[in-house]
Design a protein around this ligand. Structure first.
Ligand SMILES: Nc1ncnc2c1ncn2[C@@H]1O[C@H](COP(=O)(O)OP(=O)(O)OP(=O)(O)O)[C@@H](O)[C@H]1O
Ligand SMILES: O=C(O)[C@H](O)COP(=O)(O)O
Length: 384
């Protein structure tokens, strides 16, 4: 049985700082091993450049998965090579193996259908005739990638319990969300999420923009943003969005700037239109937190993806903590989605039960809310 999981967890060296996605993968794996299946798990970690890179190895994840399952997880040293073949051959009924990071092979994320197809065929051949594919990595179902999409065309493909339950909850936000419907976006995958903003704006009452995303908006308003994250190729599109939907968009009014991307950098709080040359915005400031909290306090529905700042460093965690606390304090139906956003909730010590649902998917949830077909779901034949 081939299982695609999303085990893309935050790491500090080879220490997992939040194992939420590993935990979320357990029920499906345990259901399969309980039924005596030999389970081969595939997953990615980070965005390596299509070749093996020890910084993105899944070895620490295999260790954690084994601890949580209470059973050894054999880990292959490659994705579909000799090591993978021998690890899969060594599996006994009810045991689990994890292949190395699928993104160590450039064909996983190739735009070329034939290349992805060839890689998917190698994955399918590893598990052999008669095996099935269970898609359980909700966080990655928006990616048309070999281990998510193409492999489901070669093996009978089923949605795992995690994918089904995530889709169930998110569906309630697409149908008829209780209003006001407020979406908070942040994080660092700025280029990925611009399209989403455009698609979501007509559906929401307010869109609050923090994190690395904010600086392209501030720049589009004509402000200097120093060395903050900036998506130059989106400036014109962002200007159009501001012109069309300025009434719904809420941007930071102040930011915490730093002279380096480091935990011990020098920091200052400045007005959003006064970021000094050479400094970078790494968090929203206290007045912005208040502004965001005002919108969140009265919301009927909240969806939040992407930390408001670099919360991994305490100096830039206040914005994310403030946004999260405001959501917890509201009476809204609230969903937080994304690897780092969910990790932020836990590592900043917020009560998980203060949110109606913590989703494992960030980009995946956003694309679902946008109303897009998720390739990794659309390609499946049924439920596992
Ligand atoms: N101003 C900023 N500049 C640079 N990085 C930022 C900034 N604000 C937040 N970040 C970083 O964004 C990262 C998370 O972004 P990301 O878009 O991956 O969110 P996510 O919740 O993991 O969603 P997904 O599941 O789609 O990946 C964090 O590691 C955080 O440090
Ligand atoms: O962290 C995520 O959102 C998922 O694991 C997908 O990762 P990706 O954005 O690198 O495809």
């Amino acid at each position: 049985m081939l299982v695609r999981a999303d085990l893309n967890v935050p790491l500090d060296g080879d220490e997992i700082t939040d194992d939420g996605r590993v935990r979320a993968s357990l029920p499906t794996i345990e259901k399969l091993t309980g039924a005596g299946a030999r389970v081969v798990v595939t997953a990615h970690l980070g965005r390596p450049k299509g070749e093996p890179d020890p910084r993105f190895s899944l070895v620490p994840v295999a260790r954690r998965l084994g601890e949580l399952l209470g059973a050894e997880v054999a880990v292959a040293g490659d994705v579909t090579g000799d090591s993978a073949r021998s690890v899969v051959e060594g599996l006994t009924d009810g045991s689990v193996a994890l292949l190395e990071n699928v993104r160590f092979d450039p064909r996983e994320t190739s735009k070329d259908d034939a290349e992805r197809g060839a890689f998917a065929r190698e994955l399918a051949e590893l598990v052999g005739d008669g095996a099935a594919f269970v898609s359980d990595g909700f966080g990655v179902v928006h990616r048309k990638q070999a281990s998510v999409y193409d492999v489901a065309k070669l093996l009978p493909g089923y949605a795992g319990g995690l994918v089904l339950s995530e889709v169930d909850v998110l569906r309630t936000l697409v149908g008829d969300p209780r209003r006001p419907y407020v979406v908070v976006l942040g994080g660092s995958k700025v280029s990925d999420k611009f399209g989403v903003i455009e698609a979501l704006l007509p559906k929401v009452d307010k869109l609050l923009i923090g994190g690395g995303m904010a600086y392209t908006f501030l720049a589009a308003q004509g402000h200097q943003v120093g060395s903050s994250l900036l998506q130059n190729d989106q400036l014109d599109a962002t200007r159009d969005l501001l012109a069309k939907h300025g009434d719904k968009l809420v941007l930071p009014v102040d930011v915490v700037v730093a002279d380096a991307f480091a935990a011990d950098a020098n920091t200052r709080v400045v007005e959003a239109d006064a970021i000094p040359e050479g400094w970078m915005g790494l968090d929203i400031g206290p007045r912005s937190v208040e502004l965001f909290a005002d919108a969140l306090r009265t919301a009927g529905t909240v969806f939040w993806n992407g930390p408001a700042g670099v919360f991994e460093f305490e100096a830039f965690a206040a914005g994310t903590r403030g946004v999260a606390q405001a959501i917890v304090d509201s009476d809204a139906f609230s969903v937080v989605g994304g690897g780092d956003s969910a990790a932020a909730v836990r590592t900043l010590g917020l009560p998980e039960d203060g949110f109606s649902h913590i989703s494992t998917g960030g980009g995946a949830s956003l694309e679902f809310l946008e109303g897009k077909d998720l390739p990794g779901v659309a390609v499946l034949e049924g439920e596992a």
